[in-house]
Design a protein around this ligand. Sequence first.
Ligand SMILES: *Cc1c(COP(=O)(O)O)cnc(C)c1O
Length: 340
Amino acid sequence: MHRSEITVDLGALRRNVRTLLRAADGAELWAVVKANGYGHGMVDAAGAALGAGASGLCVATIPEGLALRNEFRVERILVLGPASSSREVAHARDAVLELAIADEEVPDGVRVHLKLETGMNRYGLSELPAPPADVVGLMTHLATADTDPDFARAQLERFDAMTRAHSHLTRHAANSAATLRLPESHLDLVRCGVAIYGLSPFNADPVEDGLEPVLSWQSFLAQVKQLQSGQSTGYGRRFVAETPTWIGIVPVGYGDGFRRDLTGTEVRVGGESCEVVGTISMDSFAVRLDRELPVGTPVVLLGHGVLAESHARVADTINYELTCGVESGPLRARRTVIDA
Ligand SMILES: *Cc1c(COP(=O)(O)O)cnc(C)c1O
């Protein structure tokens, strides 16, 4: 038996893409599938998003773009991050990838999107040069679409002032949060990542934006035991029973992406919420049970009402980082793709 099972629901992903297309109100949607589709599987996510109406794909690196190109021969693929060598650029040219360019040197023979600095102060050109021949797009990235719409609007105004004269080029700025909440950001296309996976860009309940989580992750109780008062479980004795306490051991740990800072979060054991107690090990963690339960009882770590957003609050991070960290390789888990 596998220690845990990861299920990716491409039906949910398609419904999320359609929800975002409705929000985008006429703009194209390009699906962001970098970092192995935020942990969901890059190729599966890309195929489902295209099937639901996405008109292009975005990744962070040229190697990611080349891997996608093997599967998708004609679709437009934009690499958002910088190339790491001229050899990579040559590969990108051969594979007809499009590149986001954030410095003065624009490579020949590659379709490029010039990335403009408007407030993120990460990658970006602070002035728009006369767009060279191979430029097809002008883009910027918003720093605060999820938290500070006023700053995001100021960035959009700066972007508009810099690019207004070039409305024949494809102009784009919106991520998921902006697609959902800032209609003035939609322009010609929106670049949606987190929301296509049914994760809230606001770290709220995704249902508030009509989104459905795509990933679920399930394991089981591998052992059930009663701690006597004064006995502890796990490294460092961080959980000590004050009264006789039933605990279950789940065979998943930080080596699988169930992070060490998730102590205190809730998972569902046989349908009931249970607290994760003690230090999370590499390959297992403990839950507090309110009674003895049979070994083999299912434990839901994500999905079916267990939200990545709730785990993220406990771990003081964002849902993005949690799903990116789920280790779905065959040595640790079984991964199933469904279409529900
Ligand atoms: C990752 C990324 C996105 C997608 O952002 P989400 O918040 O996941 O929708 C969009 N644009 C750029 C430039 C990115 O790097």
